[in-house]
Each structure stands twice: as C-alpha cells, then as structure tokens.
Design a protein around this ligand. Structure first.
Ligand SMILES: Nc1ncnc2c1ncn2[C@@H]1O[C@H](COP(=O)(O)OP(=O)(O)OP(=O)(O)O)[C@@H](O)[C@H]1O
Ligand SMILES: [Mg+2]
Length: 242
C-alpha cells in the first residue's frame, strides 16, 4: 500500500531513543514517526532491536535518553498500564496468550483496565474473528498458531486502542496463514486502527504497510515508502533474498 487514508496527523514520534540492558546497548539513537491511519513496519534481523523499540514505546523498558511523544505528549517513563489506558497496546512476540486459560478469559484480560462496554468490545472481536467465538470456551493451548495470533490481536482490540504495536506477527506461521494475518491487519487499518509492526518477513510486511524503517543492531539504516524499500538494492539483498 502506498498511501494511508484520511487524517494523517502525527500520532507517535520516537526521538533519539537510547535503550540498554545492563551494559548491552540495544537501541542507539532511534528516530521514527507513525501518522494516524498508517501501517508502518520496522524491519530487522534477529537481535536488531525490534522488540526493544515496541516494548519501550509501550513503557516496559525505560529509555536511557531520548523521547517518545504520543498524541502530542511525552510518554517517556509512563507505565505500560497507563499507556494501555491511553490507547496503545502491544500484540507481543510469540503471541503471549495464556495457554491454560480459555479464549474468552484471555480476551477479558485485554479489557481488565476498563470493563465498561466489555460486551460490545467482545462482540466486535467476535465479528473480526468468528473462530474465536466458536472456540471461546476452549483453553488457548488447543488453538492453532494462526488462531492464537488472532486471539492475541483480539485481546489487544479489547482495550480499544488507537495504536496497535504488533511484534513479528508472521513468526512460525505457514505462508497461507501469514497472508490471512496480514489481511486482517490491513482491514483493521482500513477501519481506523493505526499499526506499527515489526517483521523479519520483509516482503509481505512491506506489501501490507505504507512505510517502513530498517533496523540494524540498534540503529535505523534506511527508511521510506514500502515501494521504495521493496525496490532498494540493500533491502532486496539482505531481507528479501533476491
Ligand atoms: N532482557 C534482556 N537482557 C539483556 N539483553 C537483551 C534483553 N532483551 C534483549 N536484549 C538484547 O538486546 C538486543 C535487541 O534485542 P531485541 O529482542 O529487541 O531484538 P529483536 O529485533 O526483537 O530480535 P528477534 O527478531 O530475535 O526477536 C539483542 O542484542 C538482545 O540480545
Ligand atoms: Mg523480537
């Protein structure tokens, strides 16, 4: 996709972000932006820092320096819980669903900070993912990989977010299921959700996204529209295998 629809005011701005784990410097000055109604992808190999970027935006990691601005206000140092209340949520790497809990209980967890309108949110998630309604009383461990990813996305939607951070949604899924998950993300975006995702599956992710950034060992090395990145020689060699 080349252009996002509708209002494209600035939603998220990450400015000169440095994050470390002890002596390991995971992010070394990251600058990125997400505009309302965009799908933006962060491409990077294992260990590049993708999860660290997403978790730091959510408030799981405290940055050493730099700033994160969400809807015009700094959220640096704000707790993940508060950020969820304010409209940011994370679909974690490896889905992060609770395997021994039912599908329904996993979904209800997504709404724990705000149980108003929970029925309405639940029905909306079931409209998006009819399979979750069918499976609502099953424990999550009995779901297929694709269904678990749907559950993880559905749980995020229960918090009625404005910005959804999705960490490597395609990992471990068969290609046909990956297509299905990307189609879901594209449709969510068309319904007004803004999405920042991370991926190693650069080809499919760039085809779904409007813009992207390439992250290598904690630094951004390239950015641009998906069309530009898909045609970039370095991206093609390093991330598309062509
Ligand atoms: N809790 C931690 N303690 C120490 N080092 C960490 C921790 N989490 C991540 N790191 C290190 O920080 C760097 C960035 O890791 P991160 O998980 O953000 O990368 P990633 O791009 O998400 O990788 P992957 O594709 O494997 O998920 C890596 O060098 C990693 O080893
Ligand atoms: Mg990761």
């Amino acid at each position: 996709m080349e252009e996002s629809r509708g209002d494209n005011s600035l939603m998220l701005k990450v400015h000169n972000l440095f994050v470390s784990y002890g002596h390991i410097k995971a992010l070394k000055g990251i600058d990125l932006e997400v505009r309302k109604n965009e799908i933006v992808v962060l491409i990077g190999a294992n260990g590049a820092g993708k999860t660290t970027v997403l978790e730091t935006i959510l408030g799981i990691n405290i940055p050493d320096s730099g700033d994160i601005i969400f809807n015009g206000k700094s959220i640096r140092g704000v707790s993940a819980d508060k950020n969820v209340r304010n409209g940011i949520c994370l679909v974690p790497e490896g889905r992060g669903v609770f395997a021994s809990m039912s599908v329904l209980d996993n979904l209800l967890l997504g709404a724990h900070h705000n149980m108003h309108n929970v029925k309405e949110h639940l029905n909306r998630v079931y409209d998006w993912f009819p399979i979750l309604k069918i499976r609502k009383n099953q424990v999550a461990r009995t779901l297929s990989g694709g269904e678990r990813q749907m559950l993880a996305i559905g749980r995020a939607l229960m918090a009625s977010p404005d910005l959804i951070l999705v960490d490597e949604p395609s990992i471990g899924l068969a290609p046909i299921i990956v297509n299905e998950i990307f189609d879901i993300l594209i449709n969510l975006n068309r319904e007004g959700y803004t999405i920042l995702l991370s991926e190693q599956n650069a080809n499919k992710a760039l085809k779904a996204a409007h813009r992207g950034y390439v992250l290598e060992t904690g630094k951004l090395v390239l950015e641009g529209t998906s069309g530009k990145l898909l045609n970039d020689k370095r991206v093609r060699e390093a991330y598309l295998g062509v």
